[in-house]
Ligand binder design. Structure first.
Ligand code: DIG
Ligand code: MN
Ligand code: MN
Length: 387
């Protein structure tokens, strides 16, 4: 029997807001009592997690005095040390306080846009002080319900100006932080700017330091847009821009469910884990998810254990995929690589002449069978546990 016990080496992380989620939703009040950041650090350490993440106000209340802030941070850093937990990613809460109701970087109100920079600088200082590697920007309120009140072109310029300001701030402070942008198509705004991984990758290239910036894709968010999450992550990996990842479960065409990793599209979760492991992605496996509203605190920790166990089970299934002779036999056939012909598809005058003159057997191509039905059935049977 394989060992699916999470260990720090697996680099599983949770945001304080995930296992600290108290179950409030737009139609119902809290169902669970608060769990303190230190209780979270202690419990996640006992479950084999590697580290935690936070929004500034998950730890430091927005109205805390500088001395209160310092005391809270000192105690939290001590807990990280006591329980051998890493602090991996920081981010700014730019969505909960009512002043952000029209967005933060893209609010029509210039004082909100300026306050956003002040809040982000303080939150970046906090993340850097605790040793974060990555700083995430999720623009939950950067959008509209109506485009009557805001020029989307102007809004994108405001967004870029704000991020460029913070890029230069991080450089001037000498912080070893990288920025990771997290897209989402909607919720809580009617529509959110820069809604997908593709949008963010294009936006990054317009910033003052694109090399410092990457993406933090989330399963639920690309799925909400009806997109294949594995393909979105593949584009990020191929561009060297997968700086962080938010893992969870999501039914298509639903609100952002943030379910336990693997709770829904298990085949999609399998192909994701397979690609992350094959690609050598060395970053944290962050579960941006929360327990069902039906759960008590014990259920929350079952949720956390389930996220990690499912990842490890799917990692083992990916290993079995690579060892399965029948599956590998089909892959060898359909990857029968014609290296000579492949060479002809790199441009040269000679190759262009050769390709123009080459007689292709079009009927053979039309009648070719790719064996995907058998391959996918074998993959499904692997996941169902009979291979
Ligand atoms: C929600 O998907 C967002 C916020 O929770 C946070 O800013 C980010 C960090 O993973 N994910
Ligand atoms: Mn989400
Ligand atoms: Mn997220």
């Amino acid at each position: 029997m394989n060992d699916y016990t999470p260990k720090p080496e697996h680099k599983f992380t949770f945001g304080l807001w995930t296992v600290g989620n108290r179950g409030r939703d737009p139609f119902g009040d809290f169902v669970r009592p608060p769990v303190t950041p230190i209780q979270i650090v202690k419990k996640l350490s006992s479950l084999g997690a590697y580290g935690v993440n936070l929004h500034d106000n998950d730890l430091v209340p927005i109205d805390a005095s500088p001395s209160e802030r310092d005391s809270i941070v000192k105690e939290f850093k001590q807990a990280l040390s006591d329980y051998n937990m890493h602090f991996v990613m920081g981010t700014t809460n730019l969505f909960f306080d009512p002043l952000f109701k029209d967005g933060a970087f893209t609010s029509n109100h210039p004082q909100v846009r300026a306050f956003t920079l002040q809040k982000c600088m303080q939150a970046i200082d906090l993340a850097a002080e605790m040793g974060a590697e990555t700083y995430v920007f999720w623009g939950g309120r950067e959008g509209t319900e109506t485009d009557a009140g805001k020029d989307p072109i102007e809004a994108l310029k405001w967004f870029r100006d704000g991020i460029n300001f913070l890029i230069h701030y991080v450089k001037d402070q000498g912080y070893p932080l990288k920025f990771a942008f997290e897209p989402k198509p909607n919720e809580p705004r009617g529509d959110i700017y820069l809604p997908t991984v593709g949008s963010m990758l294009a936006f990054i290239e317009t910033l003052d330091d694109p090399a410092m910036c990457g993406v933090n894709p989330e399963v639920a968010h690309e799925n909400m847009a009806g997109l294949n999450f594995v393909h979105a992550v593949a584009q990020a990996i191929e561009r060297g821009k997968l700086f962080h990842i938010d893992l969870n479960g999501q039914k298509f065409s639903r609100y952002d469910q943030d379910f336990r990793f693997g709770a829904e599209d298990i085949k999609g979760a399998f192909f994701l884990v397979k690609m992350l492991e094959e690609s050598g992605y060395g970053g944290p496996r962050h579960f941006d998810a929360h327990a069902y509203r039906t759960e008590d605190e014990e259920g929350v920790w079952e949720f956390a254990k389930g996220c990690m166990r499912t990842y490890l089970i799917l990692r083992e299934k990916a290993n079995r995929f690579h060892q399965d002779e029948e599956i590998q036999g089909i892959l060898e056939q359909i990857h029968a690589w014609d290296t000579d012909l492949q060479a002809r598809t790199s441009y040269s005058k000679e190759n262009a002449d050769w390709l123009r003159a080459h007689a292709f057997d079009l009927d053979a191509l039309r009648n070719y069978g790719y064996q995907y039905e058998k391959l996918d059935q074998l993959t499904t049977e692997l996941l169902l546990g009979i291979r």
